[in-house]
Design a protein around this ligand. Structure first.
Ligand code: 5RP
Length: 225
């Protein structure tokens, strides 16, 4: 199977899992960003008339949802998010994640924080023993770029400015290379202390609740320990 076929399989598995949220006036579905999330959106589009409300983790996701005539709301106008579906750049077996490859990490982390249930969908290439092979993205206020870079070096990482990328919030992205992340929760806290760093792409303190992992043998379901 190709990587795209594996992504499609997990998107479909997620769509099947959220059936109880269709035709439900109280349900709000959080929708992530990226190619795997896009496959989920396209499936949701087939049931657009049954979707009460969604919140989007990026402008791109909002546009795609609206193109399917799926109602998108501002997060501030909904009471809660019933379930959040999103991809990941890496996941470990505690369902801790690296996210932000698509530069949408801040809005993604906000929705994950609010969501009652967070279902991560990924092909098996994203599953790792130790997080950090994929460069860890952080969103940064533009004027703090050099300061944040120096602080990242103190923590042992190699910061690389992602050229030409401006986030939906008007900020920049720095990718942290060569960071073997043995204590994701601690590193998430340490990065959060850096002034000018808006959000880091470690989802360790609020990991996923369920990981649907696309393997050649089928979709594996991993629950948070
Ligand atoms: C966007 C993300 C995505 O979930 C992550 O980059 C995975 O993307 P894809 O599904 O295209 O592999 O965090 O900020």
């Amino acid at each position: 199977m190709t990587q795209d076929e594996l992504k499609k399989a997990v998107a479909r598995a997620a769509f099947e899992r959220i059936q109880k949220h269709l035709d439900d006036d109280d349900s709000v579905i959080g929708v992530g960003t990226g190619s795997t999330a896009n496959m989920f959106i396209d499936l949701l589009g087939e049931a657009a008339h049954r979707v009460n409300a969604t919140v989007a983790s990026s402008e791109e996701t909002k546009r795609r949802l609206e193109a399917h005539n799926i109602p998108v709301f501002d997060l501030n106008s909904v009471d809660e998010v019933s379930v959040y579906i999103d991809g990941a750049d890496e996941a470990n077996d505690y369902l801790q994640l690296i996210k932000g490859g698509g530069a949408a990490l801040t809005r993604e982390k906000i929705i994950a924080a609010v969501a009652r249930e967070f279902i991560c969908i990924a092909d098996a290439s994203k599953f790792v023993k130790v997080l950090g092979e994929f460069p860890l993205p952080v969103e940064v206020i533009p004027m703090a770029r050099s300061h944040v870079g120096r602080e990242i070096v103190k923590l042992g990482g190699d910061p690389v400015y992602r050229e030409g990328v401006v986030t939906d919030n008007g900020n920049i992205i720095i990718d942290i290379y060569n960071m073997s992340i043995t204590d994701p929760r601690q590193l998430e806290s340490d990065l959060n202390q850096i002034v000018g760093l808006v959000t880091n792409g470690l989802f360790a303190q609020r990991p996923a609740d369920l990981l649907l992992l696309g393997r050649e043998s089928g979709v594996e379901e991993l629950k948070a320990r």
